[in-house]
Design a protein around this ligand. Structure first.
Ligand code: ADP
Length: 161
């Protein structure tokens, strides 16, 4: 069974990686789908996010990473997948995730969304907060994989010569 794990992953964190690892251990195939919405301003380009996640999952043969610009249900239909996986941290995530799943259900009734709760170690990890910490020179080594830490640090150095 194929499961899609869509997100912005801007940047990918250890929380995302934990969800990927657990999903890869359950499903036959995990498709990580990087959203590239032309109207959104990302910190890292789609290509950069693709390279980071590709390196993070390099040891897991049943994980594939793609960039997609359209609706996630369209990608699911394109590759014949029927499951969308989303990670949830606190109750605050649930409101948004629940609405999104209703929207996707209305668009494509055959496709189901499933939720996986975060591991408690990653409860407070949020891409936006990690970018802030990195910009102010804080230690993010416990929050993101090494490839992401390096990318964030070199980006911060460029901005603060
Ligand atoms: P989006 O911009 O689509 O909400 P994100 O890149 O922020 O995407 O996150 C992708 C998915 O991973 C979402 O379902 C989000 O709730 C989940 N997620 C983000 N951070 C964590 C975490 N620390 N633990 C578990 N799930 C997470």
């Amino acid at each position: 069974m194929i499961v899609l794990y869509p997100g912005s992953f801007d940047p990918p964190t250890n929380g995302h990686l934990n969800i990927m690892k657990r999903a890869a251990g359950i499903f036959d195939q995990l498709e990580v789908v990087i959203a590239d919405n032309p109207r959104k301003n990302y910190f890292f380009s789609a290509q950069e996010r693709l390279e980071m996640i590709t390196e993070m999952v390099a040891d897991w043969p049943n994980v594939n990473v793609t960039v997609w610009q359209g609706l996630i249900v369209k990608y699911a239909e394109k590759i014949g997948a029927r499951l969308i996986l989303r990670g949830v941290r606190a109750l605050a995530d649930f409101d948004y995730e629940f609405e999104l799943s209703m929207m996707n259900k209305a668009l494509a009734p055959r496709i189901e969304t499933i939720f996986m709760p975060t591991d408690q170690k990653y409860f407070v990890l949020r891409s936006s907060a990690i970018k802030e910490v990195a910009l102010f020179g804080g230690d993010i080594s416990e929050m993101v994989p090494p490839v992401v830490r390096k990318a964030l640090q070199s980006r911060v150095q460029v901005r603060q010569p």
